[in-house]
Design a protein around this ligand. Structure first.
Ligand code: SF4
Length: 299
């Protein structure tokens, strides 16, 4: 029986970079905070917690942290405390106001925003300064989209569907700058571009969709189509992992979704020739290797 890993699986470039940043900072001995879990994978977050990395969940917690600092510290003590703490911004990025808030608190702000997301921040900031109406295609509740919105300096609209794009209007003659959440569906983005072209809008269209997601999905689909059993490893809150599971299930009836090796209860019939494995962009390599080795040794 063969065990095969999908061509692209596990951490994408941006997530790996953000996690490496956290590990580098742990070694400095500072108190480390991450703004939101660094990655949608409970195992990784748990491991980091054990190393003393704290998660700030939202703006309220950030404010509470600032208030706590002010209430409990004063003078030289406060200065030393803030000098010895750092907040790491994860790959999704944050709004300009949130970043400024962190800096005002006196915390060292380490920006691990994925460079592909940072590029979108720069595009929308510039477009706003040039008087354009920024349109972001994406999920309005997603932290990456909230972050991008927070770099806009003028009018901004978030669109998730073609219907919303049909209804969207701009003031006479105003130029439009269209960008996208990095994980948005490419076909949907293209439809929205066509709708805007039909409406005759002027301005910029910048395809900011990252191909890490697309590559993972394509590789998972190809492997699932030839595999007898498919294992998808990912966090239960990771939307890209769930999407991989959906894609693999369509191609392979025996698809399992697991978070860790403990969730894997495989009963393989003798006829199985190929077990395929893939993993979401937030799944660490050691977990992938563990599952791979387990299947190789035990079946
Ligand atoms: Fe960066 Fe792409 Fe990974 Fe998002 S999916 S963190 S844009 S590399």
């Amino acid at each position: 029986m063969e065990v095969k890993l999908a061509e692209c699986a596990g951490f994408c470039f941006g997530v790996k970079r953000a996690i490496d940043t956290v590990y580098e900072q742990i070694d400095t001995g500072k108190t480390i905070y991450t703004y939101g879990p660094i990655v949608h994978n409970e195992e990784v977050v748990k491991e980091l917690e054990q190393k003393g990395v704290h998660v700030i969940e939202d703006k309220d917690e950030l404010t509470a942290l600032a208030a706590g600092d002010q209430a409990t510290s004063s003078g030289e003590g406060a200065r030393q405390e803030s000098q010895n703490a750092a907040v790491i911004i994860r790959a999704h990025g944050v709004s300009k106001a949130t970043q400024e808030r962190m800096e005002q608190m006196g915390l060292e702000c380490i920006d691990a925003t994925c460079p592909f997301v940072k590029r979108i921040h720069r595009i929308v900031e510039k477009a706003g300064k040039e008087g354009m109406h920024v349109v972001i295609t994406g999920n309005p509740g997603h932290p990456e989209v909230e972050g991008i919105k927070g770099w806009c300096t003028g009018p901004v609209t978030i669109l998730e569907t073609e219907e919303e794009a049909e209804k969207f209007t701009v003031e006479n003659g105003q130029k439009v700058c269209l960008v996208s959440q990095t994980t948005f569906n490419y076909n949907k983005f293209q439809y929205i571009v066509e709708i805007f072209q039909k409406k005759g809008y002027n301005g910029n269209v910048v395809n900011t969709i990252c191909n890490a997601t697309e590559e993972r999905q394509r590789a998972a689909r190809t492997l699932a189509a030839e595999a007898d059993v498919m294992i998808v490893i990912g966090g239960k809150h990771s939307s890209n992992s769930k999407k991989l599971y959906e894609i693999c299930s369509r191609e392979c009836a025996h698809t399992y979704f697991i978070q860790t090796l403990d969730d894997l209860h495989l009963e393989l019939p003798k006829a199985v020739r190929l077990v395929g494995i893939t993993a979401g962009a937030s799944t660490p390599n050691n977990l992938i290797e563990e599952v791979q080795n387990y299947v190789r040794i035990n079946f």
